[in-house]
Design a binder for this molecule. Structure first.
Ligand code: GDP
Ligand code: IMO
Ligand code: MG
Length: 427
């Protein structure tokens, strides 16, 4: 069996958590391959809402193994909170959740460094979630990091202190207040002890063995392609490879073992944090989208910036990821608009282009739109594909033609049940 990958095609928050949960019954294993607690993946079922940060979104389904892969960075404190909440709900964490020994640890001082770096950047700040993501991946590539596999070793505290001291000297250069550190550290060390209760595995072996024995694996992306460290709107990106290739390095899966690539996008577009966003709306339409879509960050609660769908950006994301099927989310949110706008091209330095350029910022890029008819119907109770309004079918078919890919799932609400299958996806 090959590994299927589900990943975001925009700036994150496309609805990955919901769809991974919907697709999980088809899989034996769900594996996260990058990112960390900067992610907030929301699932809704039986009238309850759950937000996961580091734990894969298959965790609520029985008989599914959830793997936190080597490419993920873990903050033991946030992780413990997630686990405790799941245990309270009766989820059997000890048997269905395992961690790669090679996943890196976010230290309290990584979080302080994240904050210090953002303050030092002033107006040019990234708008980081302040979870310590950037500094942790810097220590990974700088070959200084601490990993899950180190927790149980006798040298752990010594290694921790060495890295902490290195960070303290950097924080002193930033002139950053570290008075909170002692408290943060005590909580962190006790949460790290708790992590010992979970299985620490060589996840690359487990995954490859699972594939050999015919098990179905779904790799769950975090963030979105436009936040990718290489291909996103750099430097306003996260610090990992969010694209499909990240599933290979973040899980130890060979490129020729990748099967379906589910590319997930909102029927419009959002972004949280700083950085370019060509189709961003600053008018009443943008406000309406934010309100109807309840666009507030699942991790930080910050309002998400909203705008129309951006085809040059989406085409770019489909190309980089080798997407094989598309999943369109939040169609219900657009029900309030008479007309739906679609950005098909950019005006780039006076020239009309259809690709996503190197320097995609407001002064270089102006979106060029076409308008399609809105459907003005509440979709949230629709369960049958044929009951969807014609204008929505037209919207979907237009996007399919432009993106040259099938849209196999349409989501019309946050709940598990508000999911309409078109073809292929669950075949
Ligand atoms: P993720 O990070 O990609 O998992 O997405 P988030 O959970 O951060 O954000 C998606 C938000 O949209 C969550 O609040 C979901 O409950 C919600 N959501 C998902 N699908 C739909 C949908 O089809 N319609 C509506 N209205 N909300 C949705
Ligand atoms: P999910 O998985 C949306 C954004 C931050 C910031 C930038 C860098 O829920 O889609 P970081 O903390 O990684 O250093 O922040 O990336 N960002 C996200 N935006 N969804 C996410 O995750 C995000 N994770 C990070 O807002 O602009
Ligand atoms: Mg999210």
């Amino acid at each position: 069996m090959k590994v299927d990958v589900l990943l975001g095609l925009q700036w994150g928050d496309e609805g990955k958590g919901k769809i991974v949960d919907v697709l999980t019954p088809k899989y034996d294993i769900i594996a996260r391959f990058q990112g960390g607690p900067n992610a907030g993946h929301t699932l809704e079922f039986n009238g309850l809402k759950h937000v996961l940060h580091t734990i894969p979104s298959g965790v609520f389904r029985e008989n599914t193994l959830n793997i936190v892969g080597n490419g993920v960075v873990i903050d033991p404190v946030i992780f413990k909170k997630e686990i405790d909440a799941l245990i309270d709900l009766g989820v059997d964490i000890e048997s269905n959740l395992v961690l790669s020994k090679k996943a890196h640890l976010i230290l309290p001082t990584h979080r302080l460094l994240d904050a210090a770096s953002e303050i030092a950047k002033g107006k040019a700040k990234i708008g980081s979630t302040l979870k310590g993501i950037g500094p942790t991946y810097m220590d990974k590539t700088g070959r200084n990091g601490l990993r899950i596999g180190d927790i149980s070793e006798s040298y752990f505290l010594e290694k921790y202190n060495a890295l902490k001291n290195k960070h303290l000297s950097l924080l002193a250069q930033y002139n950053f207040d570290t008075s909170e550190l002692a408290d943060m550290e005590a909580t962190w060390l006790s949460a790290t002890e708790e992590l010992k209760k979970l299985k620490h595995i060589d996840s690359e072996h487990v995954l490859n063995e699972a594939m050999k024995s015919g098990k179905a694996v779904l790799a769950e992306g975090a963030q979105g392609s436009l936040l990718d460290i290489d291909f996103g709107s750099y430097p306003f990106v996260t610090s990992s490879n969010t694209v499909c290739a990240g599933a290979c390095t973040g899980l130890g899966i060979a490129p020729n073992r990748i099967g379906e690539v589910f590319g997930i996008f909102k029927a419009y577009c959002t972004r949280v944090g700083s950085g370019p966003f060509p189709t961003e709306l600053f008018d009443a339409d943008g406000e309406l989208m934010q309100k109807e879509g309840n666009e507030f960050g699942a991790t930080t609660g910050r309002p998400r910036r909203c705008g129309w769908i951006d085809l040059p950006a989406l085409k770019y994301a489909c190309m980089i990821n080798g997407v094989t099927q598309l999943i369109m989310m939040k169609a219900d949110v657009l029900s309030c608009f008479d007309k739906i706008k679609v950005c098909t091209h950019y005006n780039y330095k006076g020239e009309q282009i259809s690709h996503f350029p190197y320097d995609v910022n407001e002064s270089n890029v102006t979106p060029i739109y076409i308008e399609l008819a809105g459907w003005k119907k509440d979709l949230t109770g629709v369960t049958d594909l044929d009951a969807l309004p014609t204008e929505l079918h037209d919207y979907v078919e237009f996007l399919e033609k432009e993106l040259e890919l099938p849209i196999t799932i349409i989501s019309v609400g946050p709940d598990r049940s508000q999911t309409i299958l078109r073809e292929k996806a669950l075949a």
